[in-house]
Ligand binder design. Structure first.
Ligand SMILES: [Fe+2]
Ligand SMILES: [Fe+2]
Length: 213
């Protein structure tokens, strides 16, 4: 009977598939720039620069919309932890490494545009938001321990399955957030982010399927 492949061997065997999926991703990805999505004219200085500080009455966003935007932003902010997880599980070599870098760069745009939008439009308390970011990123994130092997890192197969669903979940979350914001500017941002998340999902789904094959 044939020996079972290790997760490392599956990862190496799937590198050509990762290369093809990366090429496909780059060919369909439509470039965009966060600054184009932020209503800068709505902004003004805070007190330290002679303006006025944040006040809850400055935003028309509902409490649900604020909670959704904060949750999505803090999730995007935790990118260093997610980068570490996928770099450790997918490696930094060859097509996998190129994907890890590209994916990280794309995800970083999501927190940039969300924070710029919230600060410029005074959607949420910027001090509370910054304090939450500090706490959230300081705590970081680590994938749960694999119950089968008790390994600290669950490995390639667990990770690729996890992110296939996680990217889909963020796509849905961004679209639902767009709906509760009831603001055309926020809607445009969240729909744009959802497009990115959808392409990420397609990459991981392709690799997950190839791994199962
Ligand atoms: Fe994202
Ligand atoms: Fe994503």
């Amino acid at each position: 009977m044939a020996r079972e492949l290790t997760q490392r061997e599956i990862l190496v065997e799937l590198e050509p598939v990762a290369g093809q999926a990366l090429d496909r991703h780059l060919s369909v990805f439509k470039d965009w720039h966060p600054h184009d999505y932020v209503p800068w004219d709505d902004g003004r200085n805070f007190a330290q620069l002679g303006g006025i500080d944040w006040d809850p009455d400055q935003s028309g966003l509902s409490e649900v919309a604020k909670a959704a935007l904060i949750t999505n932003l803090l999730t995007e902010d935790n990118l260093p932890s997610y980068h570490r997880e996928i770099a450790e599980n997918f490696s930094r070599d060859g097509a996998w490494g190129t994907w890890v870098g590209r994916w990280t760069a794309e995800e970083n745009r999501h927190s940039v545009v969300l924070r710029d939008y919230l600060v410029v439009t005074r959607g949420v308390d910027p001090v509370a938001l910054e304090n939450d970011r500090m706490t959230h990123m300081t705590n970081g994130f680590a994938a749960p321990v694999d119950p089968g092997t008790a390994a600290a890192h669950a490995g390639f197969l667990y990770s690729v399955a996890y992110v296939s669903f996680q990217e889909l979940a963020t796509r849905i979350s961004h679209r639902n957030t767009a709906e509760v914001c009831a603001d055309p500017v926020a809607d445009r941002i969240m729909q744009r982010l959802a497009l990115d998340e959808n392409l990420h999902m397609i990459f991981y789904r392709t690799l997950c399927g190839a791994a199962l094959d």
